[in-house]
Design a protein around this ligand. Structure first.
Ligand SMILES: Nc1ncnc2c1ncn2[C@@H]1O[C@H](COP(=O)(O)OP(=O)(O)OP(=O)(O)O)[C@@H](O)[C@H]1O
Length: 282
């Protein structure tokens, strides 16, 4: 599958502070790729390098097969969308007026506004003035603006941080719809459930290094300890270890027809992160 992003031995040093060290990964066309890590782990630095806002100290960062620094060139610039916490919206103008300005800037037909507003579930709010919007609405307007020029590749830096679960869910639905239409998404987050919901593959970043990379499902299976949980007809829930010890007990419950449900205990991505880094993802 075509690689949209390719990063090799990437490093970034600020003074005596190493922000990224020997980072290697790629993102394939059509993927939603999650970059997960706690505060200060290097997520924003990576996005900034990939979007030509920062120059790496060493290593390679390619987007669309060219060094990411080439994204300053207009033809590449139009192929990406970047959502960060840097608002850049005109506070006194309405949602519609703000988006119209961006349509002019990107030479996008105004009818595209309706499509993106629908995608982020804001079709009924277009007359609202930006300064009066809730955090969740503001984030959705920013996402709408990022999508106006139909970027093939979307960089999202913590798209739902500071949003409540209902607003996060709406953003997630919009992102899923976009991804289904073929948009490649590079997403940073420290929200593990967001990563589980959205991402085809995730990389765990800790102190500037990738500690683990893979599909969420495969990682959960890889780190499962084999134990299982059984729910019995009398309401009891029993945890059993993996291997023959657990198997004997399962057999006994099965042969006496006591089992309602049985499932394997897989760790969450958050559990795995703590397991391999020894720290929580906050
Ligand atoms: N311009 C800068 N000058 C000096 N140090 C910086 C600069 N930008 C980032 N850093 C340092 O690099 C490290 C990684 O920062 P980065 O912002 O990439 O982390 P992050 O994972 O995005 O964190 P957060 O989740 O809090 O946004 C941190 O130690 C940070 O202090």
């Amino acid at each position: 599958m075509e690689k949209i992003i390719e990063v090799k031995n990437l490093a970034k040093v600020f003074g005596n502070q190493t922000a990224l060290e020997n980072v290697n990964f790629n993102v394939k066309k059509g993927e939603t790729f999650g970059f997960l890590g706690p505060s200060g782990s290097g997520k924003t630095t990576t996005i900034k390098i990939l979007t030509a806002q920062l120059q790496q100290t060493s290593g390679e960062a390619e987007v669309f097969g060219v060094p990411s620094t080439s994204l300053t060139n207009g033809s590449y610039r139009r192929r990406i969308g970047v959502l960060s916490d840097n608002s850049g919206l005109y506070q006194r103008l309405s949602v519609e007026e703000n988006l119209k300005l961006y349509c002019d800037l990107y030479d996008v037909p105004k009818k595209r506004m309706d499509e993106v507003l629908d995608l982020v579930n804001l079709s009924g709010e277009t007359k609202k003035v930006v300064s009066k919007l809730s955090k969740g609405m503001l984030q959705r307007v920013l996402l709408a603006r990022t999508l106006l020029h139909e970027p093939e590749l979307l960089f999202l830096d913590e798209p739902t941080s500071a949003l409540d679960p209902a607003n996060s869910k709406q953003i997630h639905e919009g992102l899923r719809r976009l991804n289904e239409k073929g948009t490649t998404i590079f997403l940073t987050t420290h929200d593990m459930s967001e990563a589980e919901t959205l991402c085809d593959r995730v990389a765990f970043l800790n102190k500037g290094k990738i500690q683990l990379l893979g599909e969420p499902k495969a990682l959960r299976r890889q780190y499962a300890d084999g134990s299982i949980t059984i729910e019995l007809k009398d309401g009891n829930i029993i945890n059993l270890p993996g291997g023959t010890e657990g198997a004997d007990e399962v057999y006994q419950y099965m042969s006496s027809n006591q089992i309602v449900s049985i499932h394997s205990n897989e760790p969450t991505l958050g559990d795995i992160f703590v397991d391999i880094t020894g720290r929580e993802l906050v």
